[in-house]
Write a new protein. Structure first.
Length: 342
């Protein structure tokens, strides 16, 4: 294991920001810690960075305990949401700084800075000041500075939170490319679900200082274990008392509730022919109460029984649009229904 949290607790007075956290991260893995404000995700990153010390437990990097090692002695690259570039230094000098701290010679520094500037597509910007760059360019400099000294571990603290949507998507691709190229063990903290799903090998969902669930992005989204994970990672239809009988192919666990993702549901007129796999589907009548156009997606809110069901479908030429008050039929594969603990 490259990184290990062993029963780590961090308390502020009587309040535990992180409680009994145990997590193992493989060498070269990209792991995102995801959760709402107050979940403990940032505290976990600050513990790993060495900015705060655990109240209980141990943190190990490369097999060695670092719980008592100060941050400046941990061989890690860190990227903050605010970028934390030195405003009085040029981009080149910002990149040289971590190499100077490690005693690299001038010729080596120049070579490595040139190579890194070219890698992040900022070769012509080395003599500019950070204030002369766009947000996306500053973020690329921050990533370059974190990587240039070749640390084994890279820490990302809400790295794209200050960017607009288009820039975030561009930088997500840039981070994925850099991770593939450099192969650094990476821990990223974010509250952005899309960011976590796009970047990660595994996602750690935290709640109230504890791990709620750990899994791959696909498994977490498709098979959430709890109601909290289902609602936090994307939209979810939760059927507690739906007003119709939920059909399923398995015996639901005792005390569980049914969940269905909005994109798994099909909407059609009530008179539409049944699909070829009708024997594996459940059909429910409903009435459209709202329709929201969101670019590539169209979202419906349909009253079915006692439930308000959310349906998401891709906008496509020739696809029927249903208006408010229209009587419709919903259907879904029974195998797409998941059962959650509360």
């Amino acid at each position: 294991m490259q990184i290990e949290f062993r029963n780590v607790t961090k308390k502020y007075g009587q309040i535990a920001a992180v409680q009994d956290l145990s997590l193992a991260v493989l060498r070269g893995e990209f792991v995102t810690i995801l959760g709402p404000s107050g979940s403990g995700k940032t505290t976990a990153l600050m513990l790993l960075a060495g900015f705060i010390s655990p109240t209980e437990g141990d943190i190990r990097i490369g097999g060695h305990s670092v719980a008592a090692v100060p941050s400046y002695r941990r061989d890690q690259g860190i990227v903050f949401q605010s970028y934390a570039l030195f405003p009085h230094l040029t981009i080149r000098r910002n990149l040289e700084f971590p190499l100077e701290m490690r005693g690299a010679r001038a010729a080596e520094r120049e070579t490595r800075v040139d190579r890194m500037l070219e890698r992040v597509r900022l070769k012509e910007f080395g003599d500019r000041m950070p204030s002369q760059l766009s947000g996306g360019q500053q973020q690329r400099v921050a990533l370059a500075r974190a990587l240039i000294a070749d640390p084994p571990v890279l820490l990302l603290d809400e790295p794209l939170g200050a960017l607009d949507r288009n820039l975030r998507e561009q930088m997500q691709s840039e981070i994925k490319s850099l991770h593939k190229e450099f192969g650094k063990t990476t821990i990223c903290v974010t509250h952005d679900q899309e960011e976590a799903l796009t970047l990660s090998d595994r996602i750690v969902v935290m709640r109230d200082g504890r791990i709620e669930q750990i899994d791959t992005p696909e498994a977490l989204y498709d098979r959430p274990a709890t109601r909290f994970v289902a609602n936090f990672l994307g939209e979810a239809n939760i059927f507690e008392n739906p007003g119709f009988n939920m059909e399923c192919d398995v015996t639901p666990p005792l005390g569980s509730i049914a969940m269905l993702r909005p994109e798994r549901i099909c909407i059609a007129t009530r008179a539409a022919p049944q699909p070829p796999d009708a024997d594996w589907r459940q059909f429910v009548a409903g009435t459209v109460e709202d329709m929201i156009y969101a670019g590539p997606m169209r979202k419906y809110h349909v009253r079915a029984g006692r439930s308000m069901v959310i349906i998401r479908e891709h906008v496509a030429a020739g696809k029927q649009i249903f208006g408010i008050g229209e009587k419709v039929r919903l259907d879904w594969l029974r195998s797409d229904v998941r059962y959650l603990i509360t």
